[in-house]
Structures are given as structure tokens and as C-alpha cells.
Design a protein around this ligand. Structure first.
Ligand SMILES: Cc1cc2nc3c(=O)[nH]c(=O)nc-3n(C[C@H](O)[C@H](O)[C@H](O)COP(=O)(O)OP(=O)(O)OC[C@H]3O[C@@H](n4cnc5c(N)ncnc54)[C@H](O)[C@@H]3O)c2cc1C
Length: 474
């Protein structure tokens, strides 16, 4: 099979041994493995030929894009890893239609730059944008900090090109905003984490690039007050809030220890710290006045001042320079470093209704203390979406304890009508949650879909869907 792959992609693009070993680890370091080989096709035709070859040889295939996924989705012991890193063409960027057609290996930051050259914005924005690729973002239905304003990856995608497990190319590459011609096949591949096929290209929406941003860090007396602030800002700005990120006191403490270079916005620190960013395109909001001030920034400042008067805001700092804005974002984007690179962790990515976030944070310490009194936790949240990245650092390493903690988090989430998985996907790390919490009928339907696309179970096997036999035993 490897010789056939070499004939398809060129010998230099089939890596084995030491050359393949660097692909055998995920971003978090929690998963490592030895792949059979890594193949790097350079076109859709090559992906199709590679898939047909692997299919014939009955070899499992695991796609990898930027490898920044946080749930073990690229683990591929003994499997053929198919890297999208050579699929880097932006096939078209159409400013009038506000779309970009790009291959799966295009890094998100490059899409940002290409859109910016046309005064447009590719609005999918998160900390890993310098490495994560379009194919990976689609396959995880990534979210990030702008979902509040622009929606998640699924909402931004108009068309897809997919290579099926047997090598056939499914062309769903349209540029339409409306299409009711049967089942929404495109949406099945978005968030499928490579279990149904290989996404090779996509048509994505662009939006007008904001001509001005107004960014602030604020402290609120409570999460309820912080929600009122969000609602007031949406009202007075006509829905210009692009990001509304919550960093609790415990997060700021850990930031002070691990990244003292980033400083602290307030001394003493508060329990509810929010990073808010507005983005505007209209000249009335963005054109500098003769004194150099920007109307949008003044609007934010004035609104926060009046919110301080009525007690919804305790303190606030508005960024006056790009450097100040960058520091505010760096504090928020240090989250993965704070949460995931230090010792054993149970990292979760849950979603609850916006007005139940405080309930989650009140209930969790009680559950946690009952399981592991010496455990500590860390929260950071896309508050505007009710999406919390809640991480527990257990006092001891042990699969049983970690799973009990995960189950307790799921309990609280279920009590609040939330979801145990908001934006990172399932991969391997949330298989037990799927087994415990997903409606059995929903799992049955998902397995039927998987079997329809991938009857031989060769596409990223073992991810998303827990083993049905284990479920029966449980
Ligand atoms: C610092 C940091 C911050 C992050 N912040 C966020 C955040 O705010 N929001 C968020 O949603 N995520 C976030 N993530 C998680 C991660 O960046 C996203 O899940 C991202 O979308 C993964 O893209 P990738 O290219 O790295 O995919 P990979 O990690 O390579 O792959 C992810 C999954 O998709 C599959 N896959 C990859 N490419 C394809 C393809 N072409 N076709 C089919 N399947 C494929 C893989 O098999 C795997 O299961 C963050 C990660 C880090 C490290």
C-alpha cells in the first residue's frame, strides 16, 4: 500500500518511522501514538486516490489538519494519518459575494489575512488560529470568541467538498445561502471529526471587516450583573458586541502565577472580570473625530460609566492603543496554557443557558469537594454563548477519579439543561460522556449514519461514537 501511496503523492509525501513520529502526539500531550505512516496529498484527486487505496487495503485513516484539537481526535495508533498540510490553495475569494473558497489545509490566520486585504473579515477567531486549519475547524465545528456575533463554523459554511472513505468525491461545493433540496448532507460532515470522510475544501462566508474596535476589561459585582451589562451594550450599540469573555477570580490568580508578564487589570482583583469587544463598520461609529477620538470607543466608555453609576460595573479599563487591546486579549488567550499544560487535568467544555452559568459555578465546588477535597478548578468562559471551559486539577492522577469528576460535571450540566460538549468535539476524551449522557436513540441514529458513509469503519475509528457492545454491557 505504501508503494502505491508513494506513486500517488510522490515518495517525499509518504512518511514512516522517525519522519512520521512527529505526528504521533496531540497538542495537549495527553495522547501519543505510533502511526503506520503519514501521507500528505496535495490535491483533491490525490486525496481520492489515497482513500481508494487505503480502502482497498482495509487500512484505517485518521485525518489531521493543524493538530490543535483538544479531545484526542487525531490519535492514530497503527493507522494511516492523512495530513491536509499541502492542501493550501485559496481557490477563489469573491468580495462581491462575500465568500472565500479554500482548501482544507489553509491555516485560519491566512484566511484572516486574505479577507483583510479585501476589507473583509473571516470571523472564526480563537487562540489556535495561527495553526488550526479550515478542515480541522469544520470537522470540529469550532466556535471561539466571535460566535456571539457571527455564529460558529457551521453557520459560516455554504459549501463543502468531501472525499468519502472509498475514495469517491462528494461535491457539495455550492455558494448558495438557501438550498432546500433534500437532506443537509453538508452539515453531517461539519463536526463529524473525520469519522465520515475527508473534507478537502469549503466555501465560507466573509463579513465586512470592522473599521474600528472598542475593547475593555471590566469588573462586575456578579454574573447576573455581567449579563445585564451585555444586554445593555447590545441595545445601545445595535448588536455590535463581538466578544464577551468571562475570567473569574481564580483564573486571574492562576494568570498572575503562570503569566505574570501579562499583568492584572485590577488590584485587588475581582471575582467577575469580563473582556468585551465591540466591532463596527459604519462611518458614524468608526471615523475619528478632529481630536482623534473614535465614536465607538467613546460609546463604550460612556455606557460603562453609566453602568458604573447604577452599580452593574465596579471598575473598567478601556483600551486606548492596539498594544493595550493585545494585552487584554493575551490574558484571555492564555487560557489553554493555564489549563492544559500543567499536570493531570479533567478539561471540559460545557454549555449551559446564559442565566444558569452562576448555578453551574455554585454547584460544582460542592460536587467536587465530595469527590476530591483537595482538587482545584479553573474556569474561563465565552459568557455570551454560555460556553464554559471548566477544568479540574485532581489531587491525584487516576482514571477512576478523573471519570468520577467528569461524571459529576455532566450531572450538573444535565440539571441545568446544558450540553457536556460545546465546541471542542468528542474525540476520545468525551467518549464516556457520550455513553452516559447521549440519548440512546440519538446514538443509534448516529451509528446508522456512520455505517451508511463508512460501512467498514475505516474513517477515524473509535472517535465520537462509544463502542455499542460496551454500552450493552453497562
Ligand atoms: C490554544 C488553543 C485555543 C483553542 N481555542 C478554541 C476555541 O476557542 N474554540 C474552539 O472551538 N476550539 C478551540 N481550540 C481547539 C482547536 O483549535 C479546534 O478544535 C480546531 O478547530 C482544530 O483545528 P485543527 O486544524 O488543529 O484540527 P486537528 O486537531 O488537526 O483535527 C481536529 C479533528 O478533525 C479531524 N480532521 C481534521 N482535518 C480534517 C479534514 N480535512 N476532514 C475531516 N476531518 C478532519 C481530525 O481527525 C480530528 O478529529 C483551541 C485549541 C488551542 C490549542
Amino acid at each position: 500500500m505504501l508503494d502505491r501511496l508513494r506513486a500517488i503523492t510522490g515518495a517525499g509525501n509518504v512518511l514512516t518511522g522517525e519522519d512520521a513520529a512527529r505526528y504521533g502526539r496531540d497538542w495537549t500531550g495527553a495522547y501519543s501514538w505510533s502511526p503506520l505512516a503519514v501521507v500528505r496529498p496535495g490535491s483533491t484527486a490525490e486525496v481520492a486516490a489515497v482513500m481508494a487505496t487505503a480502502h482497498e487495503a482495509r487500512v484505517p485513516v485518521v485525518p489531521v489538519a493543524g493538530n490543535t484539537g483538544l479531545v484526542g481526535g487525531t490519535k492514530a495508533p497503527g493507522a494511516l494519518m492523512l495530513s491536509l498540510e499541502r492542501m493550501t490553495r485559496i481557490r477563489a475569494l469573491k468580495p462581491e459575494a462575500r465568500i472565500v473558497v479554500a482548501e482544507a489545509g489553509v491555516v485560519l490566520a491566512r484566511l484572516h489575512d486574505a479577507a483583510a486585504e479585501q476589507d473583509l473579515l473571516f470571523p472564526l477567531w480563537f487562540g489556535a488560529r495561527g495553526s488550526a486549519m479550515l478542515g480541522g475547524a469544520l470537522s470540529t465545528n469550532a466556535g471561539g470568541s466571535n460566535v456571539l456575533r457571527y455564529g460558529s463554523t457551521r453557520g459560516l459554511c455554504l459549501g463543502l467538498e468531501v472525499v468519502l472513505p472509498d475514495g469517491r468525491v462528494l461535491n457539495l461545493m455550492q455558494e448558495l445561502h438557501k438550498d432546500n433540496s433534500g437532506y443537509a448532507l453538508k452539515d453531517l460532515f461539519i463536526g463529524a471529526e473525520g469519522t465520515l470522510g475527508i473534507i478537502t475544501a469549503a466555501t465560507m462566508k466573509l463579513v465586512p471587516a470592522p473599521r474600528a474596535h472598542a475593547t475593555a476589561t471590566l469588573a462586575a459585582p456578579s454574573l447576573a450583573a455581567a449579563l445585564s451589562v451585555l444586554n445593555r451594550l447590545q441595545e445601545v450599540t445595535g448588536g455590535l458586541v463581538e466578544a464577551y469573555e468571562f475570567m473569574p477570580g481564580g483564573y486571574m490568580d492562576r494568570l498572575a502565577t503562570i503569566r505574570p508578564d501579562l499583568g492584572q487589570p485590577f488590584t485587588p482583583r475581582h471575582e467577575v472580570t469580563i473582556l468585551v469587544e465591540l466591532g463596527a463598520t459604519a462611518p458614524r461609529d468608526t471615523e475619528p473625530r478632529p481630536d482623534g477620538s473614535i465614536p465607538l470607543v467613546d460609546l463604550l466608555e460612556d455606557t460603562l460609566a453609566s453602568l458604573m453609576e447604577d452599580g452593574h460595573v465596579l471598575d473598567a479599563v478601556v483600551a486606548r492603543t492596539e498594544a493595550q487591546r493585545a494585552t487584554m486579549w493575551a490574558r484571555r488567550e492564555a487560557a489553554a496554557e493555564l489549563a492544559l499544560t500543567h499536570g493531570p487535568v479533567v478539561d471540559t467544555d460545557v454549555c449551559v443557558p446564559l442565566d444558569r452559568v452562576q448555578d453551574f459555578l455554585t454547584r460544582m465546588p460542592v460536587r467536587l469537594a465530595a469527590l476530591d477535597p483537595n482538587a482545584t478548578d479553573l474556569t474561563v468562559a465565552h459568557l455570551g454563548d454560555g460556553n464554559l471551559h471548566y477544568t479540574v486539577f485532581p489531587s491525584q492522577d487516576g482514571a477512576e477519579l478523573m471519570d468520577a469528576i467528569r461524571a459529576a460535571i455532566e450531572d450538573v450540566v444535565a440539571e441545568l439543561n446544558g450540553s457536556f460538549s460545546a465546541e471542542h468535539g468528542i474525540g476520545l476524551s468525551k467518549l464516556s460522556s457520550m455513553r452516559r449522557r447521549k440519548d440512546p436513540l440519538a446514538l443509534e441514529m448516529m451509528r446508522a449514519i456512520k455505517a451508511a458513509f463508512d460501512p467498514l469503519n475505516l474513517m477515524n475509528p473509535g472517535k465520537i461514537l462509544p463502542d455499542a457492545t460496551e454500552e450493552t454491557r453497562a
